[in-house]
Design a protein around this ligand. Structure first.
Ligand code: ADP
Ligand code: TRP
Length: 311
């Protein structure tokens, strides 16, 4: 079996964009590989400086993946900060790549352009991600298209190390998740926790209603496109055509139909989510960390020898 690893930053509440773009496709494919699912908590420190929010987000992500169908007995679910070799290896990669090379990263440029602080962690971020991937001899990295370049950076880090110190790391391949188009937010832009335009994945019906009622409608067209674009994720377009046909211009009714459809869709998943306790999450992460550490520490022992710090 090929080895797969992916990571998700616990930087905010899970939303339906995350579900269709990441959780669902991951849950559908991870069983075909030896899979590692990592909570990238150190990555999220580049943007999140609220300890209690981070703690809650970590727990929510683990519960979210399990509720979405990932079996912790079939995938190694672990937290980046539990395996110290990640930050250690990132440093070594940082000493192999140049500043101009890191300056080419789109994600960094985009985030800074959007007003995020250009901290050194954000700048070096691709080398921590390279370490996440390469420590495990990962072959396949399922990510959204926005992360494809970071997988290229991991390939380059592997290559730089292999050339300098001898064959050590496997060059991974990105597998682009989400044939699903980008899920739009309530304002019609890409749904993202950074834009405060989300519909929460595990929210109550009330939370869903509030978000859906705030969807921006545009009265110029035949149907409210922002409502429809979200609705078609939850109901086949063949069924939607009659609902949108009979309720032309009646945005309130259409939004109410959408609320009911989202709620019906997430209800079973939400029940599963709510049944998972914090103690269960901790146990999953402890078991995952033990498995991840065993692999990472063996790899790092080899790396330390190769770079010359083991005397
Ligand atoms: P956010 O944009 O809310 O910060 P992340 O960047 O943490 O979300 O994304 C986590 C995963 O969810 C990625 O794999 C990403 O591709 C996917 N994802 C996030 N937002 C969307 C969206 N609006 N549509 C489709 N997939 C998304
Ligand atoms: N940078 C990824 C994101 O923001 C998260 C991530 C961290 C990741 N480490 C990873 C993804 C390793 C894949 C593999 O979405």
């Amino acid at each position: 079996m090929k080895r797969l690893l992916t990571g998700l930053q616990p930087s905010g509440q899970l939303h339906i964009g995350n579900y269709f773009g990441a959780l669902k496709p991951f849950a559908e494919m991870y069983g075909e590989y030896e899979s590692f699912l990592m909570v990238a908590d150190y990555h999220s420190l580049t943007s999140l400086k609220d300890a209690s929010a981070l703690r809650e987000n970590i727990i929510e992500i683990v519960r979210g993946y399990i509720a979405a169908g990932v079996d912790p007995n079939k995938a190694v679910i672990f937290k980046q900060s539990d395996v110290q070799e990640h930050t250690e290896l990132a440093w070594i990669f940082e000493c192999l790549v140049t500043v101009p090379f890191l300056e080419l990263a789109h994600a960094y440029k985009d985030k800074v352009a959007k007003g995020l602080e250009a901290n050194a962690g954000l700048f070096n971020y691709p080398m921590l991600m390279a370490a996440d991937i390469l420590l495990y001899d990962t072959e396949v990295v399922p990510v959204g298209r926005d992360q494809q370049q970071h997988v290229e950076y991991a390939r380059e880090a592997a290559n730089k190390f292999n050339v300098a110190y001898g064959q050590t790391f496997t060059e991974p391949q990105a597998k682009i998740l989400g044939t699903v188009a980008v899920v739009p937010g309530v304002d019609g832009q890409k749904m993202s926790k950074s834009y405060k335009n989300t519909i929460p994945l595990f929210g109550s019906k009330d939370d869903i209603s509030k978000a859906v009622m705030s969807i921006v409608t545009d009265s110029s067209g035949e149907r409210p496109e922002n409502v429809y674009a979200i609705h078609k994720l939850f109901k086949p377009e063949s069924e939607l055509s009659s609902i949108y046909g009979t309720n032309k211009g009646n945005y309130k009714t259409l939004k109410e139909a959408l609320i009911a459809d989202i709620d019906a869709f997430v209800a079973p998943m939400r029940a599963k989510y709510e049944a998972i306790t914090e103690a269960q999450v901790k146990e999953v992460l402890e078991q995952g960390a033990a498995k991840a550490r065993a692999i990472a520490s063996a790899k790092m022992a080899d790396v330390r020898k190769k770079v010359g710090v083991t005397i």
